[in-house]
Design a protein around this ligand. Sequence first.
Ligand code: IPD
Ligand code: CA
Ligand code: CA
Length: 267
Amino acid sequence: MHPTLNIAVKAARRAGQIINRASLDIGQLKISTKQQNDFVTEVDKAAEAIIIDTLRETYPKHAILAEETGHSGQEDSEFQWIIDPLDGTTNFIHGFPQYAVSIAMAHKGVLTHAVVYDPSRNELFTASKGGGAFLNDKRIRVSKRAKLDEALLGTGFPYRVFDHVDAYLAIFKEMTKRTAGIRRPGAASLDLAYVASGRLDGFWEFGLSPWDMAAGALLISEAGGLVGDLAGESNYLVTGNIIGGTPKVFSQILQVIAPHRKGNLSA
Ligand code: IPD
Ligand code: CA
Ligand code: CA
């Protein structure tokens, strides 16, 4: 394993320990609301702190973009860590075991290392650019599914910002008729990891933040899948709108979404 990825794994496992410990007593959680339906607990903050401390021991100057503390480190560094300490906080608060730690590294804007760690199942998804994707050290690949009508898709419902809710529902209606099934597990990073490991054949969601997508996106491309924005280009970290899937399923999702691309849902 690349030494940088190794450090990221160490950070993710440390955060996972904090999350697992706290999951034993969710009644004790102190929950605050950042905005409507946007929750944060002391677990999110403690997990982020231990991730950043761990990365900083080895890489004191790298830039960091993390959900709870924003930008830190040397701003003009070529290296940037993109961190979601607890993706799926709403699930976590409810004791619904579908959440993850997501850590990615980008070098000059290109994703180079990725870790998505599900602490409740002890499932560690990792990838380094050009080195393939792994689940608990075993190589993973996207599924071989080629037809949308045989595909199981993941998605994320709009729940905080409702700008695209009508377009989303129209797409959802079409997808319900044209796929084998749709799931909304509730942790985008893990949904993307599930595409990488063939548990899902594709995924789409609008309005995400870079920390929800960065690690999962590299997992999919290293597992032989495709990731893109709504124009099929690679701007998803900027637009927040992402599609991922097996190569054939990816292009069929793009086709279903195409007629609904308008205004700020154009890419
Ligand atoms: C959320 C989860 C969810 C997705 C949201 C994200 P958080 O992350 O990934 O699946 O639908 O858009 O914000 O807030 O739990 O880290
Ligand atoms: Ca998130
Ligand atoms: Ca989070």
